[in-house]
Design a protein around this ligand. Structure first.
Ligand code: ZN
Ligand code: ZN
Length: 442
């Protein structure tokens, strides 16, 4: 269920009519038509690239084949390409006279999931995950559609070089799925070894009907992972009085910590504390000496984020105190991604062009995504950034599912299948317009 502001035809028409007053010094309709023509011309080539990437997915920091394929595409277009930035990332630069430097990011990694889409070009790839296990690999987040769109955008921009000036900085970012790939690229000199961008754009396919979706301001949630080890004293199952039970501490913690959500944070503010794992070993008939709890928090506001993390630590300590634990719990926090904050001026500027180009298919969202994304890092590094989504559900599939009472698979499901051609076609037009808008020559 998406919550969005309705955009009536009246406003769409008004926006189109007001286009010159809104400061568009370029012809939005003609630029869109040129991008669409190029995307149509490249359609079979881009779809073939998508299928190749889909069939050969790679996990974060293992995207060697993927990066090489993208580097080859960009070199063929005349970009200067540097590989191995942030381990497996690539930076492709194209200078077209003086002007702003504009970053266009695609993520390039896949997930440790066994694909169940039944596609003829389904993945059978296996790789070793970060935790050392062998797993099937699948583009279950649709980053393959982003890569094809990224190449499509580069092609469209090069076909209309007279409409913009400046430097294109196309980056293929590794390890978006929990691997801090954006930070790895920044730490490896993304903004010091290469020109510092004036603007950054990123997109994601979305489990929504076709269209362009964006959220001004905070657009995604933060995510932080935590692990707590409760210490007890082991004992035989028949003599619990001889032990101190860490399983009870963990179980109480899992329940009590939800009061931080219901009673400590602002009820109107978004926040999640997920406890996904309680592990105290294989023995059922006994008291173990420790229990490990793993979980993650999400927030859309820095104050809430810190409140949740403090509440977790306080609750864990209180459970251990109450049980008379021999030692306080060990708390291990791994800070993950912060919220994406879409730059206000860049959002207004880009959304105005989207509304003119796509009319009622442009959707301003009222609430941020509950998911998280490390596109936020480019904004944190001080680059005005804008992140938007492209609806990737085929309306016919949505209608059929509704009729049958079925729920369509979403991102990270083994059956998630975005309408790739739609993402590539609309994504290429939207991204091309966003870029030309900030690099326009006329
Ligand atoms: Zn994902
Ligand atoms: Zn993703």
């Amino acid at each position: 269920m998406i919550r969005k502001k309705p955009l009536t035809l009246f406003f769409a028409t008004l926006a189109a009519g007001l286009a010159p007053c809104l400061g568009f010094a370029f012809d939005v309709a003609a630029t869109r038509a040129a991008a669409e023509a190029q995307a149509n011309k490249d359609a079979s080539q881009l779809f073939a690239l998508y299928k190749d990437l889909h069939e050969h997915p790679e996990l974060g920091y293992q995207e060697k084949r993927t990066a090489a394929l993208l580097a080859k595409e960009m070199r063929a277009l005349g970009f200067t390409v540097t590989e191995g930035v942030g381990k497996t990332g690539i930076v492709a630069l194209y200078k077209n006279g003086a002007g702003p430097v504009v970053l266009v990011r695609t993520d390039i990694d896949a997930l440790p999931i066994q694909e169940e889409t039944g596609l003829p070009y389904a993945s059978h790839v296996k790789q070793i995950t970060r935790t050392g296990r062998e797993s099937f690999v699948f583009h279950g987040c649709g980053h393959d559609t982003h890569m094809a769109t990224w190449v499509g955008t580069a092609r469209a921009l090069l076909a209309m070089k007279d409409r913009w000036h400046g430097t294109l900085m196309f980056i293929g970012q590794p390890a978006e799925e929990g691997g801090n790939g954006a930070k790895a690229m920044i730490d490896d000199g993304l903004f010091t070894r290469f020109p510092r961008p004036d603007f950054a754009f990123g997109l994601h396919n979305s489990a929504d009907p076709p269209g362009v979706y964006y959220k001004p301001g905070v657009a995604s949630s933060s995510v932080d992972d935590f692990q707590i080890v409760f210490h007890g004293r082991s004992s035989h199952g028949s003599r619990p009085n001889m032990g101190i039970d860490p399983v009870l501490m963990a179980a109480r913690f899992a329940v009590d910590v939800q009061a931080v959500i219901s009673r400590e944070k602002d009820p109107a503010a978004f926040g999640v504390i997920a406890v996904g794992s309680i592990d105290s070993g294989p023995l059922g008939n006994g008291t173990p000496d420790k229990a490990t709890v793993r979980g993650a928090t999400r927030a859309q506001d820095t104050e809430v984020r810190e409140k949740l993390l403090a509440g977790i630590q306080r609750t864990a300590k209180a459970e251990a105190d109450m049980a008379g634990a021999p030692a306080p719990p060990d708390f291990d926090l791994r800070r993950g991604y912060t919220m994406i904050v879409n730059d206000a001026a860049l959002t207004e500027r880009t959304a105005a062009v989207f509304r003119t180009a796509f009319g009622a298919d442009t959707h301003e969202l009222l609430v941020p995504e509950t998911g998280s994304e490390d596109f936020s890092e480019y904004g944190v590094a001080g680059v005005p950034s804008f992140y938007f989504r492209i609806g990737a559900y085929d309306p016919q599939r949505v209608a059929e599912a509704k009729q049958k009472g079925e729920v369509l698979p979403v991102h990270h499901s083994s059956k998630y299948l975005p309408a790739a051609q739609e993402v590539i076609r609309t994504g290429t037009q939207a991204m091309t317009l966003a870029v030309v808008n900030v690099m326009q020559t006329k």
